[in-house]
Write a protein that binds this ligand. Structure first.
Ligand code: FEO
Length: 168
């Protein structure tokens, strides 16, 4: 069993991962609505990644405490352009990283070694999440968020497919 405080914090992160999935699903719909099919694909794959993260928390909480599902906040519906979508994505991932770090600190404070080990996967995953988003954002700034640059990046993002991340 984990402490009540830890159970609450883990359930809160489960909710935030589900909210993250919702944010990216809404971004996918928005990208599709403005004709950016490649961006729509990338955000749909991102949605699937977040659902994978959520289910990792769900299964861990089931093993060690009680799952308590909360209401999921309504995500934003529209964005100015592709650049803003990726600026917001980077900010969102930085927020996730900060929440994972808070959780990891709590696990250390509570000498909850099993939760510390569980969270290690997410610490590594966030390094990759931020780096991937930052690279796309840099490309958008370099190649241009309109015209030929946008068209090229849209084509690249169309190629992304969901592969369940390694869990080891
Ligand atoms: Fe679940 Fe993108 O962090």
């Amino acid at each position: 069993m984990v402490s009540d405080k830890m159970a609450k914090a883990l359930n809160s992160q489960l909710n935030f991962e589900l909210y993250s999935a919702y944010v990216y699903l809404a971004m996918s719909a928005h990208a599709d609505s403005v004709g950016l099919k490649g961006f729509a694909n990338w955000f749909q794959v991102q949605y699937e990644e977040e659902m994978f993260h959520a289910m990792k928390f769900f299964n861990y909480i089931m093993d060690r405490a009680e799952v308590e599902l909360e209401q999921i906040d309504k995500p934003r519906k529209t964005y100015k352009d592709a650049l803003e979508m990726f600026e917001e994505t980077l900010k969102h991932e930085q927020e996730v990283t900060s929440r994972i770090n808070e959780l990891a600190s709590l696990a250390i404070d509570e000498k909850d070694h099993a939760t510390s080990t569980f969270l290690q996967w997410f610490i590594n995953e966030q390094v990759e999440e931020e780096a991937t988003v930052k690279e796309i954002l840099d490309n958008l700034k370099l190649a241009g968020a309109t015209g030929a640059g946008l068209f090229m990046i849209n084509g690249e993002l169309a190629a992304r497919t969901f592969t369940p991340p390694a869990t080891a």
